[in-house]
Design a protein around this ligand. Structure first.
Ligand SMILES: [Fe+2]
Length: 221
């Protein structure tokens, strides 16, 4: 069984409560839609990160804007289920940007990243990293991998959402990540998919029956 949830921000207790609310069992998969936050580098989060390796299920996450990218990028890049990952533990993997994974016979397109609106209150390489926004290479990777599968997948996993969906939240798309949310808008209209899951907005809301924004909610796919 595959479960998907929103931002966890390295909060082990909150994450455990979500897991237990769904009776996630050995062999299941839990996907976090960014702001995973367990790789942060301080003593508490290092401890929680070690705790995760004893969980009997597999944890997958795309990156959000609140991740320690220096720490994340120290992990080896490997192939896993058809796409590139950072392998954190035997049961914890970072799903990299622009990848297509085959999980339980379903195709998942993954593309993390977003802009931090609280950037001015953060310090570079301590609590904020410029890698939160995608590079041209990330978009090129996505293009190549989506062309390979004919722009048809089952699920999309991102942190932020397409621009039209941001308007549906009664918010204005931030110009700092307009390239990303604009790209997502294009994908939303041109990619064939069943359901798109995202986080970032700290709310649980279904938009147009095919775009689920998640926060504390954990849903079966
Ligand atoms: Fe968040």
């Amino acid at each position: 069984m595959i479960y998907i949830t929103g931002d966890t921000h390295g909060n082990f207790r909150d994450f455990s409560e979500r897991i237990h609310s769904k009776s996630v069992k050995r062999g299941d998969i839990v996907i976090v839609c960014g702001d995973f936050g367990f790789l942060w580098g301080d003593q508490m989060h290092n401890y929680y990160l070690q705790m995760l390796k004893f969980e009997p299920y597999t944890i997958l996450f795309v990156d959000g804007n609140h991740e320690n990218f220096d720490m994340l990028n120290e992990y080896p890049v490997t192939e896993w289920n058809g796409g590139k990952v950072h392998k954190i533990h035997e049961n914890v993997y970072h799903l990299m940007r622009g990848q297509v994974f085959e999980i339980e016979n379903k195709k998942f397109f993954t593309f993390g990243g977003a802009y931090s609106i609280d950037k001015s209150m953060r310090r570079e390489n301590i609590s904020w990293w410029k890698e939160e926004l995608p590079t041209n290479e990330d978009y090129d990777t996505a293009k190549a991998n989506l062309e390979k599968c004919g722009y048809k997948v089952d699920y999309v996993i991102t942190h932020t959402i397409p621009q039209s969906a941001i308007h549906r939240l009664s918010k204005v798309p931030d110009p700092h990540d307009a390239e990303l949310t604009g790209y997502f808008e294009w994908l939303y209209n041109n990619l064939e998919f069943t359901k798109w899951y995202a986080g970032h907005f700290h709310t649980n809301m279904l938009i147009n029956d095919n775009l689920q924004i998640l926060y504390g909610l954990i849903q079966e796919v």
